[in-house]
Ligand binder design. Sequence first.
Ligand code: EPU
Length: 427
Amino acid sequence: MHRLRVDKLLVSRSDPLRGDLEVEGSKNAALPLLAAVLLTAEEMQLSNLPMLQDTKTMLAILAGMGVEYSQRGNCLSLEAPKTVEIFPCTRLARAMRASFLLAGPLLARFGEFCIGLPGGCQIGERSIDQHIEGLSALGARIETVDSQIQAVAPAGGLTAARIHLSVPTVTGTENLMMAASLARGESVITNAACDPEVVTLAQCLIRMGAKIRGHGTRTIRIEGVRSLGGTCYSIPPDRIEAGSYLAAVAATGGRVRLTGIRPFVLQSTLRQLMQAGGCIETTDDTVKLDMKGQRPQPFSLTTGYYPAFPTDLQAPFMVLATVAKGVSRIEETVFENRFHQVQAFRQMGADIELQSDNRAAVVTGVDKLVGIQAVASDLRAAFSLIVAALRAEGETEIRGLEHLDRGYWSPELKLAALGAPIERVAG
Ligand code: EPU
């Protein structure tokens, strides 16, 4: 039986956060790699897997489909049998948009799928039209019946296609790359996402025997192969988790050394922190941020497709603007509805004006925020509430932690280790 999580976080104003922090494996790299397990009959070993709620949901879906796995710490061995249940559990699939990543592998190896329309954070329209159009171009016949998307591949399997994406969708690119890996002929995806998580998936697929070129650019070429084998792969560090903690430290004027991170994938984030007054030093696998006890400087920030500033860090970075010395402007260009945090920030005393049909925010920094009782609305907004609470007078109570736990592993422990007055309590 599932225990209903009704925990809440109690967070008080913090002195500057200080210390070292190790970054977890990337959630958004782990989820497509778990889906890729369906592409092979051989054993896959994934290490450095972040043991988050989203990972557990994906594992539960796979297990329900017949995938066998064993776990040692954060290393997993997984094996998909010759036949699987092509109808993933609707309740679990709805809990997480990334469940639709199962579509490409199911279609490519088993010739069909039936998946409930995906759910996930309510941060915009989040259409899956590009996934559907791409899979159709590869030969699939797809229809939606009673909120279920059903698809079948032609008798001889999928055939290669030229696919132009109208938006460089991350999971769309991943889904199509996986499907095309087992299609007949060479597929070309143009206007593809070039995010590090797409590159990670391509590298893992190549180790499984796929023939992929151009990953990390806007044009990806995939020459289909007959079958793919198993491999061992280590999940790279989570750039969004890293950026979230950098925002928390910056908001408190603190200093931190992140370890186990590739600074290269954080370039736009580090530039933004420098604009906010942070001193940054990097090595091949560490990032140091020092705010020297100062309040952030105002900045202008525009989210965009990689390598632009990630939309997933927009909410935590808005906290820096709310307490900066001056006026900042933040523009959200990826999702239509990703300013959910604003209402709570205003209650805390922030001065935020939304413009351009809620796609831009003008934030005038204030001297003081105050603690409130808040309910998290989505994953990244949840973390941003913690960051704001670290700057607020008095205590902030944060509920809705089911959102937070989807993507952050015990943030209260990690922040407490940096000196934050934060605890998770029941009820
Ligand atoms: N879009 C379409 N049609 C499609 C697909 C996307 O119009 O078929 C639009 C979306 O509506 C959105 C934009 O394209 O406006 C970008 O969406 P994308 O498909 O790239 O997002 P996603 O693949 O669903 C992944 C991450 C998100 C992250 C976005 C953007 C995973 C599992 N999820 O989502 O992560 O915000 O890319 O970088 O990789 C998170 O971790 O908090 C999170 C939401």
